[in-house]
Design a protein around this ligand. Structure first.
Ligand code: GLN
Length: 483
C-alpha cells in the first residue's frame, strides 16, 4: 500500500477487501506525519493515541465497514470543536481550551468511523489567506516550502496535498477552503450555505461561514459531503434538501451543459499563465459538448469591499465572548480594574489581524456609521446576490480561476493587508451569495498548482461535482508534491 497516494474511495475499498486494516492505515498516516511535520507544520495537535484506539475499535467492528469513510485517517481544522481535544482556532486566547462537545460535522463523521489524526493549523479564528496569522506559526506549502499554503485552512490543504491524511475538514468564509486548495493542488469544496450545520464551528462571520472538505478527487469530496450535509436542530440556518446523493451525476455526459465565464473574473491582475490554463480547460469541456458564453456579474468590484465591512462586523460581535471570563485565557499581567483586565486579556490573547477586524467591525456598526457602512454593504450584498440569480437563468455553472496568482512567498504579503485580501478576489462573492463552489487542480505554473473554480446556484452541488469530475478526467493523474 502506498498510503499517501490513496484516495478515500480506494482506502475504503481496500479496507472492505481486507487488503489492509484501519490500524495499518493509521500507522502509515502517523509515519508520514512524523516524517513531514517538521517541514510543513500542518498540525497544531496530533491525536496519536485517539487515532490508534479508534482504528483498533473499527477493525474489530464488522458493521463499521459499511460506511465509506470508516477507518480512514483525516485532519480537522482547529476551528471545529472536537470533544476532549484541544481546540484553539489558531488563537493564543484559546491555547489551553479543550472542547467539551463535538461540532455536528465532526460528530457525524465520528459516527461513520473517521480516524482523527489531529487538528490542522489555520489563521487565527480563520482570518487570513496564508496561515501566517496562526498564533502557532505558519504552515508551509508542500510544493515549495518557502511559500504559503494559502489560508485560512492552510493546514488541512497541506496535510492532504502531502499525503499525511486522506482528507481534511475545513471552513470557508471568504475562500478559506478554495484558495488553499488551489495553492496546494487539491480539491476543495465549499457547500451551499445551510447545507452543512455550523454548530460547533468557532464562528468567524456567521452569515458567511460554511464547512467543507479537502480531498484528492471530486468523487471523494462528494462522499464527504454526503456524510456531513443535512439539517440540524442546533443550527437554525440548516435546510433539508431531501436529496443527499451527491455522486449521482459524476462522470455523466456534459453535452449541452451551459458554462458562463464571468468577464469580471478575467481581468488585469490575473496571472497570464493561470488564465491560459483555465481557458484551455474550458475549451476541452467544449470539445466534450459543453457550450460556453461570456456573462457579466456587474457588482463584482464591490464584493471585496462589502465583505470587508460585513465580515468584520460579524467578527467583532462573535469574538466579544473571548474576554477571559466567559471564554478564553486571562491575561497574566497585573490589572487595575475590570476595564484594564478586559483590555489586557484581549490585547494579549488576540493577534494583529483579529484586533484589526474587531476595530473595523466595531466602527462600521457604531451609531452614526451603521447606515453608511453596515446597512449600505447589506444593500450591495443583495445586488451581488441578484447578479448571480440573473446569470444562473442563462447558464448552469460559472467557471473562473480560483485565485489570481499561484502560492506567494511566506512574508510577501503579511505587512500589506490589502494585497493579502486581494488573493480572495474570486472567492468572496460566492460566500456573500451563499453559493456552492469547488476548486480543483488543473495544472502547474512554474511548478506550482493552479486551481479552477466551478460555481453553481444554491444546492447545485451534484452539478458542480459533475463538471469537476469531467475536468478531472480530462486532466488525468493527480499530482503530488515531492516534499
Ligand atoms: N481570506 C479571507 C479572510 O481573510 C477568508 C477567510 C475565510 O474564508 N475563513 O477573511
Amino acid at each position: 500500500m502506498n498510503f499517501s497516494s490513496l484516495t478515500v474511495k480506494q482506502a475504503s475499498n481496500g479496507l472492505k477487501a481486507g487488503d489492509f486494516s484501519s490500524i495499518e492505515l493509521t500507522k502509515e498516516s502517523l509515519k508520514q506525519i512524523s516524517a513531514l511535520e517538521k517541514k510543513i507544520h500542518a498540525f497544531l495537535n496530533i491525536t496519536k493515541d485517539l487515532a490508534k484506539q479508534t482504528a483498533k475499535d473499527i477493525d474489530k467492528n464488522e458493521d463499521a465497514k459499511l460506511s465509506m469513510i470508516s477507518g480512514i485517517p483525516a485532519g480537522i481544522k482547529d476551528v471545529l470543536m472536537t470533544k476532549g481535544v484541544v481546540t484553539t482556532a489558531g488563537a493564543k486566547i484559546l491555547e489551553d481550551y479543550r472542547a467539551v462537545y463535538d461540532a455536528t460535522a465532526v460528530a457525524k463523521l465520528k459516527q461513520q468511523g473517521m480516524i482523527i489524526m489531529g487538528k490542522n493549523n489555520c489563521d487565527e479564528f480563520a482570518m487570513g489567506s496564508s496561515t501566517e496569522n496562526s498564533a502557532y506559526g505558519p504552515t508551509y506549502n508542500p510544493w515549495d516550502l518557502s511559500r504559503v499554503p494559502g489560508g485560512s485552512s492552510g493546514g488541512g490543504a497541506a496535510a492532504v496535498a502531502s499525503g499525511e491524511v486522506l482528507y481534511a475538514l475545513g471552513t470557508d468564509t471568504g475562500g478559506s477552503i478554495r484558495q488553499p486548495a488551489a495553492f496546494c493542488g487539491v480539491v476543495g469544496l465549499k457547500p451551499t450555505y445551510g447545507l452543512v450545520s455550523r454548530f460547533g464551528l468557532i464562528a468567524m462571520a456567521s452569515s458567511l461561514d460554511s464547512i467543507g472538505c479537502f480531498t484528492k478527487t471530486v468523487e471523494d469530496s462528494a462522499i464527504l459531503l454526503e456524510n456531513i450535509a443535512g439539517p440540524d436542530k442546533k443550527d437554525a440556518t440548516t435546510i433539508n434538501t431531501f436529496d443527499y446523493n451527491f455522486r449521482k451525476l459524476l462522470n455523466q455526459d456534459i453535452n449541452g451543459l451551459k458554462i458562463g465565464l464571468p468577464k469580471e473574473y478575467f481581468v488585469k491582475g490575473l496571472d497570464r499563465e493561470i488564465e491560459q490554463i483555465v481557458k484551455q480547460k474550458i475549451s476541452e469541456l467544449v470539445a466534450e459538448g459543453a457550450e460556453v458564453k461570456e456573462v457579466s456579474l456587474p457588482h463584482t468590484e464591490y464584493a471585496l469591499p462589502v465583505y470587508y465591512i460585513l465580515m468584520p462586523a460579524e467578527v467583532s460581535s462573535n469574538l466579544s465572548k473571548f474576554d477571559g471570563l466567559r471564554y478564553g485565557q486571562r491575561t497574566k499581567q497585573s490589572v487595575d480594574d475590570l476595564l484594564d483586565y478586559y483590555m489586557k486579556t484581549r490585547h494579549d490573547g488576540f493577534g494583529d489581524e483579529s484586533r484589526r477586524r474587531i476595530l473595523l467591525g466595531t466602527y462600521v456598526l457604531s451609531s452614526g456609521y451603521i447606515d453608511e457602512y453596515y446597512l449600505q454593504a447589506q444593500r450591495v450584498r443583495t445586488k451581488i446576490i441578484e447578479d448571480f440569480d440573473k446569470v444562473f437563468k442563462q447558464v448552469d455553472v460559472l467557471i473562473s480561476p480560483t485565485t489570481p496568482t499561484t502560492a506567494f512567498k511566506i512574508g510577501e504579503k503579511i505587512d500589506d493587508p490589502v494585497s493579502m485580501y486581494l488573493s480572495d478576489i474570486y472567492t468572496v462573492a460566492v460566500n456573500l451569495a451563499g453559493l456552492p463552489a469547488i476548486s480543483l487542480p488543473v495544472g502547474l505554473s512554474n511548478h506550482l498548482p493552479v486551481g479552477l473554480q466551478i460555481i453553481g446556484p444554491k444546492f447545485s452541488e451534484s452539478k458542480i461535482l459533475q463538471v469537476g469530475s469531467w475536468l478531472e478526467k480530462i486532466r488525468g493523474e493527480f499530482l503530488m508534491p515531492k516534499v
